[in-house]
Write a protein that binds this ligand. Structure first.
Ligand code: PBG
Length: 306
């Protein structure tokens, strides 16, 4: 196998996407000093559709397609994504060559006036377009007024600062990567609040048969993160979900033991179903499906269809 001298990495152009791609590039430069790295910045449909909620568009892989097309056309060797935006089933020629160690997986409560969710006055306006965040907010605080909020991290913070919302929810990982740690007033943590499957994990995708690129990327893979996010994604897959559905799941690993907590909600946020499961190494591959089936047996499909 020839070691490539150049690696071209496709990336979206948002500040967060560029940070994540730069992060991957700098890790690779440290591992492979002779390797030249080129970024290939691209726009995706998900970046261009800002006037409708992602849930309404409903497309899977809205943030991936154009990057995958570039790989297939030979204009890039690999692409960097937030794993939570990657569909549960990849298109046939592709593989998740490296899953990096997960950063803070939880959602952040961000507000200029209030320290935490429970400090919000009755009827406060909270911005999030994520159905997953909306159903959990409604379950916890039915009085809140939930308002749509789309756009990249910087846009969302600017709209909070302009006074459109009393608080907004964003992923901690994205805020921290962009240097907005100080904006995190509170973290919405389990067991009450669960993140999206694989939230906080960065992934590098390439052609499954591109052994040279896979060899370059292999050292970036973080096995404990991969094991946990695989459990979360298996749960999501069994529920037919993508990040456009009100599904949440969080798996932790301690010595040879995995714990998955999951929930699904209905679109109105009137109902929420929770489940959890434990497995050892022998049972880990089945854990996600088992917890999903527990949820389905209790009516998850009816909730998600509604
Ligand atoms: N859906 C957009 C998206 N995809 C990944 C992240 C944050 C970074 C991560 O989860 O790794 C975000 C922003 C957010 O949800 O606040």
């Amino acid at each position: 196998m020839n070691t490539p001298s150049l690696l071209r990495i496709a990336t979206r152009k948002s500040a967060l996407a560029l940070w994540q791609t730069e992060h991957v590039a700098s890790r690779l430069r440290a591992l492979h000093p002779g390797l030249a790295i080129e970024l290939v910045p691209l726009s995706t449909r998900g970046d261009e559709i800002l006037d409708r909620s992602l849930a309404a568009i409903g497309g899977k892989g809205l943030f991936l397609k154009e990057l995958e097309v570039a790989i297939e056309a030979g204009r890039a060797d690999c692409a960097v994504h937030s794993l939570k935006d990657v569909p549960m089933e990849l298109e046939a020629p592709f593989a998740l060559a490296a899953i990096l160690e997960r950063a803070d997986p939880f959602d952040a409560f961000v507000s200029n006036r209030y320290a935490c969710l429970d400090d919000l006055p009755r009827g406060a306006r909270v911005g999030t377009s994520s159905l997953r965040r909306q159903v959990q907010l409604r379950a916890h605080r039915p009085d809140l007024e939930l308002r749509d909020l789309r756009g990249n991290v910087n846009t969302r913070l600017a709209r909070l600062d302009a006074g459109e919302y009393d608080a907004i929810l964003l992923a901690c990982a994205g805020l921290m990567r962009l240097g907005f740690d100080a904006r995190i007033r509170d973290r919405l943590a389990p067991p009450d609040f669960l993140p999206a499957a694989a939230q906080g994990a960065i992934v590098v995708e390439c052609r499954a048969d591109d052994t040279a690129t896979r060899a370059l990327l292999a050292a970036l893979d973080h096995a404990p993160t991969r094991r946990c996010v695989e459990v979360e994604r298996a749960m999501n897959l069994r529920l037919g979900g993508s990040c456009q559905f009100p599904i949440a799941g969080y798996c932790t690993e301690s010595v040879d033991r995995w714990h998955l907590q999951a929930l699904v909600g209905d679109r109105d946020g009137r109902e929420i179903l929770r489940a959890e499961g434990f497995a050892d190494a022998a049972g880990r591959d089945a854990l996600g499906t088992q917890v999903a089936e527990d949820l389905l047996a209790r009516g998850a499909d009816r909730l998600l269809a509604g």
